[in-house]
Design a protein around this ligand. Structure first.
Ligand code: DGP
Length: 111
């Protein structure tokens, strides 16, 4: 199923892209909840952590490294990575994405 993130990958709608490589794209979240809020997504249409397969392992590992790269590149040594898997967990776009949040203190547990 195509999502709004496919349109960003295909440059059909604009986004502020901060990183791109063969398998991943990272761009600013349209509704930031922290001073730094980037979404890291695979170009491959994986739906969520909850549906990923063994074949996705290398891509998902790469995405986590990109989370570190984009945070560090923006000057953030400390950051939170979050991924909502399934609507009850808060997922609203059904294309895997890691939220990378930084620039303020965070509490635990999340809401
Ligand atoms: P989640 O609720 O975990 O599925 O997060 C989806 C995120 O995607 C949410 O924080 C807002 C963001 N988002 C939704 N539509 C767009 C869009 O068109 N552009 C950008 N840059 N972000 C979007």
């Amino acid at each position: 199923m195509s999502t709004i993130f496919d349109k960003i990958i295909n440059r059909e709608i604009p986004a502020t892209i901060v990183h791109e490589d063969e398998v991943s794209l990272a761009f600013n979240d349209i509704n930031p909840v922290a001073p730094f809020h980037v979404l890291v997504i695979p170009k491959r249409p994986i739906v969520a952590v909850g549906t990923m397969t063994e074949e996705d392992e290398a891509v998902v590992g790469h995405l986590l490294r990109v989370c570190r790269l984009v945070a560090n590149a923006a000057g953030h040594e400390h950051f939170r990575v979050a991924s909502n898997s399934g609507a009850p967990a808060g997922q609203s776009v059904f294309h895997l994405h890691f939220h990378v949040l930084a620039g303020r203190d965070f509490s635990w547990p999340p809401g």
